[in-house]
Each structure stands twice: as C-alpha cells, then as structure tokens.
Ligand binder design. Sequence first.
Ligand SMILES: Nc1ncnc2c1ncn2[C@@H]1O[C@H](COP(=O)(O)OP(=O)(O)O)[C@@H](O)[C@H]1O
Ligand SMILES: [Mg+2]
Length: 355
Amino acid sequence: MNRTQVVVCIGCGGVGKTTVSASLGYMLADQGYKTLVLTIDPAKRLATTLGIEGTKEITEVPGIQLKGKLYASVIDHQTVFNDFIKRASGAGADVTPIFRNKLYQQMSTTLSGSQEFTALEKLYSAYESGDYDWIVLDTPPSKHAIDFLNAPQKLSALFNDSVAKWFRTSEGGGLFSQIISTGTRQVIQILESLTGSEFVKELRLFFSYIHAWQDKLENRIVEVHKLLVSPNTRFLLVSSLDEVKMTEALNLGQEVRKQGYLLTKIIINKSQFEKTFDFNIGPEHATSQESFKQLDQFKDTFEGFIRHREELLHKFENSVSDKIDLVSLKEYLDPISDTDSLKLIAFDLSQKIKL
Ligand SMILES: Nc1ncnc2c1ncn2[C@@H]1O[C@H](COP(=O)(O)OP(=O)(O)O)[C@@H](O)[C@H]1O
Ligand SMILES: [Mg+2]
C-alpha cells in the first residue's frame, strides 16, 4: 500500500500557485515529512533558491534546516515525455529514431494537453516510486484552469483521432495501406511533391509510433485518474482577491468537485496585509495644513480600498459551500523567492492549514 499523499495546486495564472506549492512543500518538510515539490516554470530566483535552476533532476533543496527533507524539481515537459516514450516502447527498444523525428520534437510538447499530461506523468512516476511522504504538484499556466483536468483525455483522443488512423500503417492492411491501394496514393504523391518526401515519411512514422503508444498512454491516463480521485490526493485551489479571478476560481472549484476530486480548501492569496497601517498621524507629522488634508484624503481612499477587499472576501465566503475552508494568506512586500520568504509563508500556512 502506497502511503504517499498528494496535493495538487490548481488555479488561474498568476494567482500564486507556484509560490504556494513551494511554501506548502516547505511547511510539510518542516513538519518532519519527506516532501517533493514538482514545480512548473518557477521564476528564476525561486528556482535558484530551490536548487533546481538548470537541472531536470529531483534535487534536495540546499541550505535549509528542516525536521524532514525537502526535494524539488522543475517539470521539463520534453524530458518527461521522452521518459514516458522510453518506458512505453519497452526495455531494449531503440528510441533514437523517434526522438530524432521532427514531428515528435515539434509536437510532443506543444500538442494540446501534452504539458498537462507530462505534469501528471511526472507526478505519477514520483508517486509510484514510493519515495515520498508528500508530493506537492504545481500546475501549468493554462488559459482556462479547468483544462488541466481534461487535458490528458484530450491528448489521448488526439492520439486516437482520425488523422492518426489515416496515416497509420499496420500489418495485414491497416487504414493507410487500404487508402494506398484504393487510389489515395495519388493524394500522397501530391502531398510529397508539395512538401518533400521526407515530411510525409516523418509524418507516417510519427503516426505509427503514436499507434504503438496508444494503449500505454490510455492505461497511464486511467492510472493517473485513479490516483487523482483516491483519498491520497487532495486538490488545493488558489485564488487571488479580485472579482474576475474569484469567479473563475469558484467555477473551477465546482467543476473539480463535480468530477469527483477532493477539494476542501481554497487559498485566497495576497488577501491580507503583511503590515498593519497606522493612520493616527498628528498635525506634528504634516508640514502644512495642505499636506494634512492630503493625508486625510489618502486615509479615506485607503479605507475604501480595505472595505472593498472585505466585501469581496464576504462575497467569496457566501459563494462557497460550508464544506470548504477559505484560507486567507498575506501579501508580502518583498518577492517570494528566497528561503526566508518561503519560510514566512510556510509559517503562515501552518497556522491556518491542516492537510
Ligand atoms: N503571498 C504573496 N505575497 C507576495 N507576493 C506573492 C505572494 N504570492 C505570490 N507572489 C508573487 O506573485 C507572482 C506570481 O506568483 P506565482 O506563484 O508565480 O503564480 P502562478 O504560479 O499562479 O502563476 C510571483 O512574483 C510571486 O513572487
Ligand atoms: Mg506558476
């Protein structure tokens, strides 16, 4: 029985998924767990802090003293896809021609859904290893965050679609050979004369590979899905305190739950201030009557801003089911990229979240 627990951080772009993932990893490692954070496109300084800048390997985060252990890795889509193909092709298979195939190089990481697939693939292989108590998965910045959930199926459908079938060549007369024998040869010839025979050859080869991986890919998607809906996995939705992002977050949250995933917490990032402000400024601080008036106006505006944020927060609270905890996180003045700032958020999280 695999004891590894998984947290998947989802949400729209820019809300703080990568930051929260790294901080959560820090928190769990500091609670004594062996923790792995799988990040996607972390900012350069954060990657340096985590010790994963310029490497695709899983690395122990350097320079911190924790009760447990913290590991991190950047998900490199091409590497993960290649690893998957190596395994799917079986031990001893020569995968060099596949990796050299121009279409494979182009399409393996740009096909719709393939980055989401590689993120989940990396999660699954780390999970399968049984090496960690906790794995925290950051998710790719997709335009519509909900795409993350459906992407692997979409990729599989694409692998399985009619274009692939059309080009597929199989022994004993697959579609491709049928087409050839029923006069489509001319079409292919025209295509070859237009684009160069190399292109068609590569295309045909590419689709024949795809055919070979289809079953493996589908099996993997089923396994990954089982993990995602298992009690070992919880989703953590991250949002910021702004009307548009909140609406998207609420829709995403509903969809996630509808699809049977465990979501009990929403983090509203940057919704509290790091410092409190003291506006009890006496006349002695103002250099003139005029500047005193300006300060007063600023105070009014600022208080209006705070009220607006409080209203948004209430609206949020009223819109989610009471089965979901809303967790407000502070907005820090400095960027969250060094160990100290991660530690700060991790501490803030540990006061508010029990996974
Ligand atoms: N609580 C916070 N306080 C201050 N800055 C934050 C906080 N959370 C995130 N940030 C900053 O916001 C930016 C976007 O965060 P990031 O985690 O990369 O978002 P995402 O992964 O959702 O795109 C980064 O520069 C990060 O340092
Ligand atoms: Mg990110």
